[in-house]
Design a protein around this ligand. Structure first.
Ligand code: HEC
Length: 139
């Protein structure tokens, strides 16, 4: 019996220290709630559309590889497209779904045609957003 009177307190101590360690590990400080870097500003529908268009134009749409804002690359500059479409009141989503033909550089239409696979797979909202973005380069 004498043996146990010595071993029990030791066991209890070990147990207590062990569980204390566990508890303190689990009590890691809760991360401070992240505060937004900028206060939230309500964006207008136009801004939301512009940003979506910009993102597609420079991203998965790959349009930026041929179109620049003010210089001719493979395709005409966005400023010229915007000017032409505004003057004629034409629709870019219609062009992007082949509902209407080319009015900017018809002679080079074939090069642009290769992109209709991409633009037809977009949603109406996304094609509209591309229009918002492109027309923003017009005066
Ligand atoms: C491989 C190069 C290339 C890529 C990529 C490209 N374009 Fe074009 N784009 C052209 C060329 C060349 C023209 C001129 C032919 C024409 O006017 O149709 C053109 C013309 C246009 C026009 C004017 C159409 C008209 O009425 O004449 C629009 C609008 C346009 N592109 C939008 C886009 C959008 C949006 C994308 C991305 C989804 C895109 N392009 C990607 C080469 C390209």
């Amino acid at each position: 019996m004498k043996k146990y009177t010595f071993i029990f307190p030791v066991l209890i101590m070990v147990f207590l220290i062990g569980s204390l360690a566990l508890v303190s590990c689990g009590k890691e400080k809760k991360e401070k709630e992240e505060e937004p870097l900028y206060p939230e500003v309500k964006k207008s529908a136009e801004e939301v559309s512009f940003e979506l268009g910009k993102e597609i134009f420079n991203g998965r749409g790959t349009c930026h590889t041929c179109h620049k804002p003010n210089e001719k690359l493979v395709g005409p500059p966005l400023a010229l497209i915007a000017k032409t479409y505004k003057e004629k009141g034409a629709s870019i989503p219609d062009f992007l779904t082949e509902k209407s033909g080319p009015i900017v550089v018809p002679a080079e239409y074939n090069t642009m045609k290769a992109n209709f696979k991409i633009t037809k797979a977009l949603t109406d909202e996304e094609r509209k957003a591309l229009e918002t973005y492109i027309l923003s380069f017009g005066k």
